[in-house]
Design a protein around this ligand. Structure first.
Ligand code: SAM
Length: 299
């Protein structure tokens, strides 16, 4: 009866009947092809993973990089790094690792895991800048500060000084806050990634007066209102004797004239970073690049 009713209904509404069959069959075909494709997809990913693992086995994995200190001629890792090496990286006796200590990087071997004993083998070529490079910046919106700290760490900056200036939009309530903690983590991860000899120092949030009192031989402030006719940074660097250098940039809102005049009285050189107004994080990076290059060139 059901079939008979279906057919009679189909003859009366044959277009709808044809469409209905097509719709049901296309859904059916789609479902069936998914069932067929699934094992194939998972199989190809499985194969790809095996191939990449085999390829990796051929190429030794990038050596793990840690930071530590030397006590009684023994390398002691920071507690976090010790935990990471033993429990996450599952260190093996005889495994080689790199450890940054006070600016030097040592090639070491794991002599024992429990307790962890690391033997220093040889000192590797230093990757640090020949002088200290401090980056002072008006506290920026989180992602901008993070970007600036990460990239400047790669460029060799040794210290960061986040500072609350008059036009800071972000105004931390404490000397250190969760955003500060995250910034410290980003700096440490970046220092590992670029295999630095030391972890960059991140100071607690500073006041403008504390920033101006920082002890550096060369102190440079980039001022946006000097962009068109000011003293270009490169020119200032060529005239300076290369030494520990502090480079300061303003927040998204820029500097007030009063802040710049205070900096001038405190011995800062006021410079232009070119005719265009750069984002704060771009300005910070511009300075880190140029100052770092000049330090390397004239060490
Ligand atoms: N609100 C400012 C304005 O509209 O003019 C722009 C401030 S800028 C986004 C943030 C900081 O980057 C400035 O305080 C300054 O330190 C630096 N900066 C950006 N472009 C610069 C330039 N061409 N010369 C000197 N400093 C610059």
């Amino acid at each position: 009866d059901l079939v008979f009713n279906y057919i009679t209904w189909g003859c009366r509404n044959w277009q709808r009947f044809v469409f209905c069959i097509m719709e049901k069959s296309s859904v059916f075909c789609f479902a069936f092809s998914c069932i067929l494709a699934f094992p194939f997809c998972s199989w190809t990913t499985f194969l790809k993973e095996r191939i990449s693992e085999r390829r990796q086995r051929g190429v030794p994995p990038l050596m793990q990089h840690f930071f530590g200190k030397i006590v009684d001629n023994r390398i002691i890792l920071s507690p976090e790094d010790e935990h990471h090496l033993i429990h996450v990286k599952r260190a093996q006796v005889g495994e080689e690792i790199e450890v940054g200590v006070d600016g030097c990087v040592y090639l070491c071997t794991v002599a024992s895991v429990y307790p962890l004993k690391i033997e220093k083998k040889i000192a590797l070529p230093s990757r640090e800048l020949p002088y200290r490079l401090g980056i002072g910046f008006g506290v920026l919106k989180s992602e901008h500060s993070e970007w600036l700290v990460q990239k400047s760490t790669e460029l060799g900056a040794t210290s960061f000084y986040p500072c609350v200036t008059e036009r800071c939009v972000v105004r931390p309530k404490a000397k250190k806050d969760p955003k500060w903690e995250r910034l410290q983590k980003i700096a440490n991860e970046s220092a590992k990634q670029c295999r630095r000899g030391r972890l960059p120092e991140l100071s607690a949030y500073k006041s403008w007066n504390e920033m101006l009192a920082l002890p550096y031989s060369n102190k440079i402030l980039a001022y946006e209102n000097e962009s068109l006719h000011g003293d270009p940074l490169l020119n200032a660097l060529q005239e300076m004797k290369m030494d520990d250098t502090l480079f300061v940039i303003g927040p998204e809102g820029g500097f007030t004239l009063a802040e710049v005049e205070q900096a001038q009285r405190a011995g800062f050189r006021i410079v232009s970073l070119g005719k265009r107004i750069l984002r704060a994080e771009t300005a910070g990076l511009y300075g880190a690049c140029l100052i770092g290059s000049m330090m390397e060139k004239r060490k």
